[in-house]
Design a protein around this ligand. Structure first.
Ligand code: C2E
Ligand code: CA
Ligand code: CA
Ligand code: CA
Length: 275
């Protein structure tokens, strides 16, 4: 984003200008950031709503910049990808997440988000695999979340990366499922273990019966393919009930807990609402 473009014949609407400046600011702060010191992770539980237990925690990156303050991951992850800084950031965050996982009960997994570039680079994948091996933790306790957009860039390379990780025993989840263009055609071609049904389906649950039937067919398909299914963004008790009626069991969302700092995880007491 270059503000000096204003000097050319191109004219921007004020809000567009603001946005460009923001991205430039984020980029500048990110380039100067001490990645290990300024970034950490919050953790949000993934709940088995039948057994009322915590299956996993998803690690979600947080940045508190001493220069520009808190920045949303939706913004800084994008900038980190555009600048290539994600290659340094991902292993730093993953190292922190592994240290957290070490302190959790053995039956709780870690779900960790990877970017397109992490998956596209054999060196990055090797680095992640090394960190897992060096940690001595059971790789079966780790799930990497990847998005379809991330995989689409280079399907052959992505397939190869995922296969490498899966060989180690790491689980692979397809994140934001249903938001891409050809989701169903990917699922059976990639070495996946899990699907995360996107929050957008949950949001439109109240509108009509269509979303519920779509969710039901995704759940059926998952079952047939042997994939574990998680629904994201469950905020209300009614949504939980509807989702349960569609065969969903694993859920994540504000109804159960917002993402919390690492220190709060050990003290977190799960309460699955009953009414
Ligand atoms: P995501 O992986 O789809 O993560 C789910 C997002 O939904 C998180 O936003 C989470 O805080 C939010 N969320 C969870 N439950 C609810 C709910 O019930 N209602 C609503 N409205 N939102 C809910 P967050 O933490 O802002 O992260 C945004 C995105 O940034 C993530 O989306 C992911 O794509 C990316 N991201 C976050 N951390 C990392 C990371 O460490 N690495 C990479 N590559 N991407 C990350
Ligand atoms: Ca995710
Ligand atoms: Ca998601
Ligand atoms: Ca997302």
């Amino acid at each position: 984003a270059k503000i000096h473009q204003r000097g050319t014949a191109v004219s921007f609407a004020p809000e567009h200008e603001e946005r460009l400046r923001d991205i430039a600011m984020i980029e500048q702060a990110l380039r100067r950031a001490d990645l290990a010191a300024e970034f950490d992770l919050h953790y949000q539980p993934i709940i088995d709503t039948v057994d009322h237990r915590i299956e996993a925690y998803e690690a979600l990156a947080r940045w508190n910049s001493p220069v520009i303050g808190r920045v949303s991951p939706a913004e800084f992850i994008l900038v980190a990808e555009q600048t290539g800084l994600i290659r340094d950031l991902t292993p730093i965050l993953f190292g922190k997440a592994l240290a957290a996982l070490r302190t959790w009960p053995e039956d709780v997994r870690l779900s960790f988000n990877l970017s397109a570039q992490d998956i596209a680079s054999p060196a990055s994948v090797a680095r992640l695999a090394e960190l897992v091996v060096a940690s001595g933790l059971d790789p079966g306790r780790i799930v990497f979340e990847v998005t379809e957009t991330g995989l689409m860039r280079d399907l052959v390379e992505a397939h190869c990366s995922l296969a490498t990780l899966k060989e180690l025993g790491i689980g692979i989840a397809l994140d934001d499922f249903g938001t891409g263009y050809s989701s169903f055609s990917y699922v059976h071609r990639l070495p996946l273990d899990r699907l995360k049904i996107d929050r957008s389906f949950v949001i439109s649950l109240g509108d009509d019966a269509t979303s519920l039937s779509i969710i039901r067919s995704i759940v059926d398909m998952s079952r047939n393919l042997g994939l574990h299914c998680v629904v994201e963004g469950v905020e209300t008790f009614d949504q939980m009930l509807l989702l349960r009626s569609a065969g969903c069991r694993s859920m994540q969302g504000y109804l159960f807990s917002k993402p919390m700092p690492e220190e709060a995880v050990s003290g977190f007491g799960l309460v699955v609402p009953e009414h």
